[in-house]
Design a protein around this ligand. Structure first.
Ligand code: ACO
Length: 349
């Protein structure tokens, strides 16, 4: 028996946000963003849409794609770093909104690597017969941590503009804010007989890098967020972008080789590499280090930016629906992000 994907789907925030639109709130440029990251557009949710709402839309698409209904799902694994609330997690909210019944929901928080961790968890649940059909969701609403006070300025729905002080404050975070978008991706997983399915997963974590990419506010403070902390921007992620970049370029090719060795497969066996979308230059460096040709790699960061736990299920769904994934293909999922957590998984389509 192996864990197979029955269906997939994704959903985007309601507003498309171009690089030009971000110039209204901070000092940046289309040229800088495209050259350093590859990103042309990303999507932000409309006011009131939460991570679980996006998760619901992606899940409905995935459940329909699987030819199932909500009542067929008996477990939810929800990966996000931007939950609706500090607690409870978004899994239970999604369960109720989807009308899933009282099935268990598990929230995991491995950021950009959340989907790959989720695959291993779902695989273990299916093998242990704790579930028959697991809904694995990766969803994020990053626009909640953007420093500007009114998204209408970015959407072009208001004539308001930031004050000089606000513009300067927003610009302090421009290396991060331009990267992220809001989206969700979901897959329905089950156990099947035959040669298809999840072959292997290799995961790693290294907490020594925790403060190279993190949100400094939290429950080690009393209270966990104060007006002072908001003024100092401690509710906005801190990131040592160059350090993340350097570690990723070294760890990502390594873990691809590890998962291939574990499965007794070779680099040439990979049909398609679906890597987390944090930076196009980073993915090109990883592709080069692995020596993979362009037709074995797919990136979509240009359209959606970095959507953290949602990137990999979105890549999968786009490729599946575009006919880029054929029966028998070997798909390699790959990611590294805050934690640091990183890992790779192999799926026989
Ligand atoms: N627009 C214009 N200029 C900018 C912007 C911007 N948006 N951001 C930074 N700059 C400027 C800086 O101020 C700096 O100017 P200076 O030379 O005058 O001081 C210059 O550009 C270079 O800045 P760097 O931060 O050194 O730029 P870098 O080339 O490192 O790119 C980036 C930054 C894109 C963040 C890159 O480091 C990166 O992508 N790192 C990896 C991020 C990542 O993988 N994160 C993990 C996933 S996210 C997760 O887990 C949640």
């Amino acid at each position: 028996m192996a864990t197979t994907v029955m269906g997939s789907g994704f959903a985007l925030g309601e507003h498309e946000v171009t690089n030009e639109a971000l110039k209204r709130v901070c000092d940046t440029s289309d040229e800088w963003i495209k050259e350093r990251t590859g990103i042309a557009t990303r999507y932000y949710v409309a006011d009131g849409t939460s991570t679980s709402d996006l998760g619901v839309r992606a899940s409905q698409a995935a459940i329909a794609d699987a030819g199932l209904t909500a009542s067929d799902i008996d477990y939810v694994v929800f990966a996000t770093m931007t939950p609706d609330y500090y607690f409870p997690g978004s899994g239970a909210l999604l369960q109720t909104k989807l009308g899933l019944g009282k099935v268990p929901t598990l929230d995991i928080r491995q950021q950009c690597t959340g989907f790959i961790y989720g695959l291993q968890v779902a695989d273990a649940l299916l093998r242990a017969k704790a579930a028959k059909r697991v809904l694995l969701v990766g969803a994020e609403v990053h626009s909640g941590f953007m420093p500007w006070r009114d998204h209408g300025m970015v959407f072009g729905t208001t004539d308001a503009r930031p004050t000089a002080a606000e513009y300067e404050f927003n610009t302090r975070y421009r290396d991060r804010t331009v990267l992220f978008g809001d989206a969700a991706g979901a897959v329905v997983l089950t156990s099947s007989e035959g040669p298809r399915g999840l072959l292997d997963v290799v995961l790693h974590s290294d907490g020594q890098y925790a403060e190279k990419l993190y949100v400094p506010s939290g429950f080690k403070f009393r209270p966990y967020i104060t007006e002072e902390m908001i003024k100092e921007g401690r509710h906005i992620p801190e990131m040592d972008g160059q350090r993340v970049f350097r570690v990723a370029v070294s760890k990502l090719p390594e873990v691809v080789h590890e998962v291939l060795d574990k499965s007794g497969l070779k680099l040439e066996d990979i049909s398609l590499l679906l890597a987390h979308q944090a930076n196009l230059r980073l993915n090109e460096a990883v592709q080069k280090a692995l020596g993979l040709p362009d037709d074995k790699v797919y990136n979509n960061i240009q359209k959606y930016g970095n959507t953290t736990a949602a990137t990999i299920p979105i890549l999968y769904d786009e490729c599946k629906k575009a006919g880029r994934i054929k029966p028998g293909d070997l798909i390699c999922f790959l990611a590294l992000g805050a934690g640091f957590h990183w890992g790779a998984a192999l799926l026989r389509a």
